[in-house]
Design a protein around this ligand. Structure first.
Ligand code: TYD
Length: 137
């Protein structure tokens, strides 16, 4: 899928005197059924997460607390995003190399995913990822 399909999705935000509430519905706010939720926390500010690609997995990545940056790379083009709001998420389509970094102290990265965890869905190395994109022999 083209990198242009990856985009920031605005999530509902219900505000009253008790604070804010946001939510994500599979098939509504994201174009997939949600089969898994995982989250990253206590990530040291000098550490990177991700640095891999997925064959089929679709994800919505949300900074439910704090902020971090995400670089997406389809092998040809790169796009940089800053996530810093609990009611905005980045939709990441399949076949996208992603690197998450510059986590602020106390930040929490919540990921809504279209499939259960499956190591066979990963590209852990960049060269096989490029080969699968038809960009390397
Ligand atoms: P990894 O995908 O490398 O994390 P990140 O995307 O943050 O770089 O996963 C780290 C470890 O956690 C790895 O051993 C696989 C395991 N893991 C699961 O068991 N279930 C999951 O849903 C995820 C995302 C990872």
């Amino acid at each position: 899928m083209p990198i242009e399909d990856c985009r920031i999705i605005e999530l509902p935000k219900i505000t009253d005197g008790r604070g804010n509430l946001s939510f994500v519905e599979g098939g509504n706010h994201v174009p997939f059924d949600i089969r898994r939720v995982y989250y990253l926390y206590d990530v040291p500010p000098d550490q990177e997460r991700g640095a891999h690609g997925h064959k089929q997995l679709e994800q919505l990545i949300v900074a439910v607390s704090g902020s971090f940056s995400i670089e997406l790379d389809d092998g040809r083009n790169k796009k940089q995003f800053l996530l810093n709001s609990p009611n905005r998420g980045l939709y990441v389509c399949p076949m996208m190399w992603r690197v998450l970094q510059t986590f602020s102290p106390g930040s929490v990265c919540m990921v809504f995913a279209s499939m259960p965890y499956d190591e066979d869905d990963y590209f852990r190395e960049y060269e096989p990822f490029l080969q699968a994109q038809g960009l390397m022999e």
